[in-house]
Design a protein around this ligand. Structure first.
Ligand SMILES: NC(=O)c1ccc[n+]([C@@H]2O[C@H](COP(=O)([O-])OP(=O)(O)OC[C@H]3O[C@@H](n4cnc5c(N)ncnc54)[C@H](OP(=O)(O)O)[C@@H]3O)[C@@H](O)[C@H]2O)c1
Length: 330
């Protein structure tokens, strides 16, 4: 394919301008593996990048999209051959390197993950960075001795991509999952089907102010940051873990050392973008095995094309989006 279409983000007079363009391979960032894109997905970060609401791209122009899955067309890296089905998630896509909203991608072989058996390219993108991040959080929580006996797990931003996957994965593993959401009425059925036992309305929670509040959670997966994360530190059980993933509500964290030194609470930082390859492969193997998401088709709420991408980001910015969006590339 000499010429192909891509969703490329420009900066013009300080403003972000995404355009659907026709490119050639020479237009793309260098790399030793060329992939024919089959599927991509939309993540919160893609919406920040495409709307200009967050500083994600570190140079311009760049093809957007932090995820891609497809077929290897050619490879100078001996680990891959034409015809292999692979995925690239995070690494530098749509930050420093042309990304996944493209019919063709060219990337360093070190970033390429061969898809484990049972995971096709659409499934890989239904999971995408959001699902992979939720699985990485569960992996790290349990490595740090989280178990259902510690008490209920609270998932915040529960209807989002990471949240939906976290609710489903944790419920499947026998945790009593409580979902914190800004849309308790609209999403009650959805979250119940994913396995949430109880819903909390994020607009009405009483957070208290003391350094330690009554214990409510065995642990948590937090997508929001800010005062909700601070409240979680004050209300998590002895030796419980909080996986800090996101910043949908803010980047601040005002708490004290009391939860850490008096209750032994652990705050686990989750970074799914820059991760040792060995851990990435281990989590993918688990996603094809004991962490295989049971409700993936329910979580995929939308399928869009490259042409309809420009109108697909606003729901991520106003928090109205539910579940995951996959992008059909070819
Ligand atoms: N650390 C990492 O490696 C990593 C990887 C992937 C994502 N992330 C981060 O994780 C977070 C979630 O990502 P995602 O892809 O799941 O995003 P998403 O699909 O847009 O979901 C975010 C959810 O957060 C809630 N929310 C949105 N705006 C909010 C606001 N202003 N205040 C409070 N809650 C709000 C909404 O859920 P409810 O209505 O149900 O509350 C929304 O559905 C983002 O901050 C993203 O940047 C981090």
């Amino acid at each position: 394919m000499d010429r192909f279409r891509a969703f490329r983000i420009h900066q013009v007079d300080g403003h972000i301008e995404p355009r659907l363009e026709t490119l050639t391979l020479d237009d793309l960032s260098p790399g030793d593996v060329v992939i024919r894109g089959e599927w991509s997905s939309i993540n919160y970060k893609d919406a920040l990048a495409a709307t200009g609401r967050g500083r994600i791209l570190r140079r311009f122009p760049l093809v957007g999209g932090v995820d891609i899955a497809g077929e290897v067309l050619s490879s100078a890296d001996p680990r891959f051959r034409a015809g292999d089905r692979v995925a690239v998630l995070g690494c530098g896509l749509s930050e420093t390197h042309d990304g996944g909203f493209s019919e063709i991608a060219r990337v360093p072989g070190e970033w390429v993950i061969p898809l484990p058996g049972g995971i096709n390219t659409r499934t890989a993108m239904a999971i995408g960075t959001a699902g992979f991040t939720a699985a990485l959080a569960v992996h790290r929580l349990e490595r740090n001795d989280q178990h259902p006996g510690l008490g209920p797990m609270l998932v915040t931003g529960a209807t989002g991509g990471v949240g939906s996957m976290a609710v489903s994965l944790l419920a499947d593993r026998g945790y009593e999952v409580v979902a914190l959401t800004g849309k308790p009425e609209q999403a009650a059925d959805y979250l119940g089907q994913l396995g949430a036992r109880r819903l909390l309305d994020r607009n009405t929670i009483e957070m208290g102010r003391r350094p330690l509040e009554k214990i409510q959670w065995g642990g948590a997966v937090d997508n929001l940051g800010g005062e909700v994360l601070a409240w979680l530190t004050r209300t998590t059980a002895f030796h419980g873990n909080i996986a800090s993933i996101g910043l949908a509500a803010g980047t601040s964290l005002e708490t004290t050392v009391m939860p850490f030194i008096l209750r032994g609470v652990s705050l686990l930082g989750i970074n799914a973008v820059e991760l040792p390859r060995s851990v990435r492969e281990e989590v993918w193997a688990r996603l094809a095995g004991d962490l295989a998401p049971a409700h993936l088709e329910l979580i995929v709420q939308r399928e869009v094309s490259l042409e309809s991408l420009p109108g697909s980001f606003e729901g991520y910015m106003d928090g109205s989006v539910t579940g995951r969006t996959v992008v059909r590339l070819s």
